[in-house]
Design a protein around this ligand. Structure first.
Ligand code: 5GP
Ligand code: MN
Length: 343
């Protein structure tokens, strides 16, 4: 079995060719993505699944988390399995290739982390985040990409490994539409619009996809959003807005973690605010989501608290600590990054 060690990820045509080689020369694949998968994670996984199926490969998608209910329509064939130690105890010995999509740190697959670390086959990361962990045999993608779905599109187009079709286009569209904030974030290039135009030629319906992802929420989510919006506060600079979502709020609105997705964006919709922060209480700790405008690197802010992400969108999870214990420290740190931007 060939292994390629590429420590510095650079998207050379060569990387795509290496990926193609590996795919053509192997038969069994596991695909996985990060905890609390978003549409870029799910869409990229399913696009790759259909790509591999076209080549008659054995492939299974196994995730730590359940698919959020608003993304279930993407998995209309119920392909995605939820990781269960008993059912999947042998899976890591059986597959030849392990494909990690839309993440580059092993801990982000939670219960599958050890399986990945001890995996004897080829470990491939296809991703657009910074600072990949040095455990992969091949890394495909870089931070110039707006979405993992965009990398997969380029891979298909540049290598002609398979023909695009409606099935794959739907998945890639969902991945790219959501990771670009419906085509408005920084990396929404003319190339993105051109590739989207091509995806639309396969007969997918943007209005329908948007409606399913963003306009079919449970009533409780909207009530929860109301509670989260009421919790918003500004720091003394008026440039940092933060909101809090507690387990009690979830219980009272009959909602779950999936429902909180997208809330933090409201912090940035306030005039003059350049950093938005969501403190989300977990059963055994908390999750913090960071968003920023311009060149404030919230990926570094998240890193200060053990997390990571992109320059304008990042996050972290902390265990055995409460929101009250950490909130002031986080705001103080965020203010330091504000000052860096002002210079
Ligand atoms: P969100 O706030 O939407 O959950 O995450 C935004 C981005 O932050 C994600 O796309 C991911 O790149 C990053 N992120 C979120 N949580 C974590 C985390 O716990 N660790 C790391 N390394 N990155 C995270
Ligand atoms: Mn992504």
């Amino acid at each position: 079995m060939t292994s390629f060690f590429i420590i510095k990820p650079r998207i050379l045509m060569n990387n795509f060719l290496q990926l193609k080689e590996i795919i053509l020369n192997h038969n069994s694949f596991i695909i996985s993505s990060h905890v609390n998968p978003d549409a870029d994670a799910i869409g990229s996984e399913l696009a790759f699944y259909y790509l591999l199926k076209k080549l008659n490969k054995n492939v299974r998608i196994i995730n730590h988390s359940k698919t959020p209910y608003n993304l279930e329509f993407l998995d209309s064939e119920n392909i995605i399995e939820r990781y269960d130690e008993e059912t999947h105890s042998n899976i890591f010995n059986e597959a030849e290739v392990f494909l990690l999509l839309d993440l580059n740190q092993a801990y982000r697959i939670v219960k599958m982390e050890n399986g990945l670390r001890n995996f004897k086959g080829i470990k491939i990361c296809i991703d657009h985040h910074q600072d990949p962990e040095n455990i992969f045999d091949l890394i495909v993608g870089n931070t110039d990409y707006a979405a993992t779905g965009e990398i997969i599109y380029d891979f298909i187009k540049q290598t002609n490994i398979v023909e695009l079709d409606k099935n794959i286009s739907l998945q890639l569209y969902a991945a790219i539409m959501t990771d670009t904030g419906s085509f408005r974030f920084e990396r929404t290039s003319s190339k993105i619009h051109l590739l989207i135009a091509e995806l639309l030629e396969y007969g997918i319906n943007p209005k329908d996809i948007y409606d399913k992802i963003y306009d079919q929420f449970m009533f409780g989510r909207i009530k929860l959003l109301g509670r989260a919006l009421s919790s918003i506060q500004l720091d003394e600079t008026n440039k940092i807005a933060y909101m809090i979502v507690t387990q009690k709020m979830l219980e009272e609105t009959n909602t779950c973690e999936d429902d909180v997705d997208g809330f933090v964006g409201y912090c940035l919709s306030i005039q003059n605010v350049t950093i938005g922060i969501l403190f989300y209480e977990l059963k055994d700790g908390l999750k913090i989501s960071f968003r920023s405008k311009g060149n404030i690197p919230v990926n570094l802010l998240a890193k200060d608290f053990g997390g990571g992400g992109h320059i304008n969108a990042s996050g972290t999870r902390l265990f055995n600590i409460s929101i009250d214990e950490i909130l002031d420290k986080v705001i103080l740190k965020a203010q330091q990054y504000l000052r860096m931007e002002l210079k």
